[in-house]
Design a protein around this ligand. Structure first.
Ligand code: 3HC
Length: 310
């Protein structure tokens, strides 16, 4: 019966077993994973835009080469994740349509503009830093294809993180102009990076079932705390000021941040972010301009089939 299947499934989760694509799973487990993995993939896909805008304007060949490699990695991460979602029965067409129609979400962080070159470094340090905390947690999740995708993605993210940190520290210790640019970037990316890790646990409707079924091994607030505890000392060490007057360390060593503006967060998540129209417009344009490739591949495949049938 359904109940027996559910009990056996939950016993597998308790034993720390990986659930694979062909295994029995509750419909809600499948729905949650398609939601989460496809939106993760959308985030990687849209995430190429803020940095991609700077590839043609990188200050040196070295920085240009690093940025090209990073943006290319994000495209690959999107591919792994769309494939992982397909193992659960989602199709590319459905997922792409959900993104372009605004029905699906992508990470709030990519609705913010990358205004100067220093933003590229700050995105690498903070955004990839937050993504690494979240993705390292997900690398242990109960769904096999997702956890294996995370292991591969995390190894590439560490390069993204290191190159961003190295860049910002160099600017923070550089000329006055460079230091101002690094501080300006921190002022604009600090709070969106905290929000990227999701609402507070009390306001996180999906977290209950996701933690019960071994998908989220840590809560939104736990991952956010890990991110803050690692990055605050290093940003201060670089001589930068964290734009949070309430930030302080408690007796257990945790850095405690001031109130997060969740109105801004939900406004962005609802599609009113500063650049939401541009981001989806750019993805729609890329989709339209890629139509000829899809049609050509379709025609080629049909001709191959017809020849094989002869
Ligand atoms: N941006 C947009 N929407 C968000 C969000 C964010 N930062 N945080 C939460 N939300 C949405 C959720 O999707 C959910 O809406 P939905 O039910 O319609 O999907 C709603 O807000 C309530 O939030 P919950 O906390 O209940 O949602 P989750 O339990 O799914 O937790 C999450 C949110 C922590 C982002 C989780 O979905 C997750 O871990 N996702 C996988 C990781 C991911 O998507 N990372 C994106 C980072 S970008 C990146 O990696 C690129 C980098 O390499 C540069």
């Amino acid at each position: 019966t359904e109940q027996q299947h559910l009990e056996a499934f939950e016993a597998r989760i308790q034993r720390g077993e990986k659930i694979e694509a062909g295994d029995w799973m509750p419909d809600e487990y499948r729905r949650q994973l398609i939601r989460m993995i496809s939106q993760h993939a959308h985030s990687e896909y849209v995430g190429m835009l803020p940095e991609g805008a700077w590839i043609t304007r990188a200050p040196s060949l070295k920085r240009k080469m690093i940025l090209i490699a990073k943006v290319q990695d994000e495209a690959g991460h999107g591919q792994y994740l769309y494939h992982a979602a397909e193992t659960l029965g989602a199709t590319r067409e459905e997922m792409n349509d959900a993104l372009l129609s605004g029905r699906a979400k992508y990470s709030s962080i990519f609705n913010y503009p990358s205004l100067t070159w220093a933003d590229v470094g700050m995105i690498g340090w903070l955004v990839d830093g937050a993504a690494i905390k979240n993705q390292t947690m997900l690398a242990g999740c109960s769904y096999g294809p997702y956890s294996r995708a995370m292991v591969r993605i995390c190894s590439e993210e560490t390069f993204h993180h290191k190159q961003g940190k190295e860049m910002v520290i160099q600017y923070a210790r550089g000329s006055e102009k460079q230091r101002q640019m690094a501080q300006d970037a921190l002022n604009r990316w600090w709070w969106p990076s905290l929000m990227m890790l999701g609402p507070h646990d009390a306001d996180s409707p999906n977290s209950g079932v996701l933690s019960r079924w071994g998908v989220k091994l840590k809560s939104n607030d736990e991952v956010r705390q890990e991110f803050i505890n690692e990055h605050v000392p290093e940003l201060l060490e670089a001589g930068l000021t964290i734009p949070d007057p309430d930030l302080h360390q408690d007796e257990s060593g945790n850095w405690i941040h001031g109130p997060i503006d969740w109105n801004e967060f939900w406004n962005v998540v609802k599609g009113n972010g500063p650049l939401n129209k541009e981001r989806l417009g750019a993805r729609q344009k890329a989709h339209d301009e890629g139509a000829w490739v899809r049609e050509a591949m379709q025609a080629y495949a049909e001709r191959q089939l017809a020849q094989a049938a002869d």
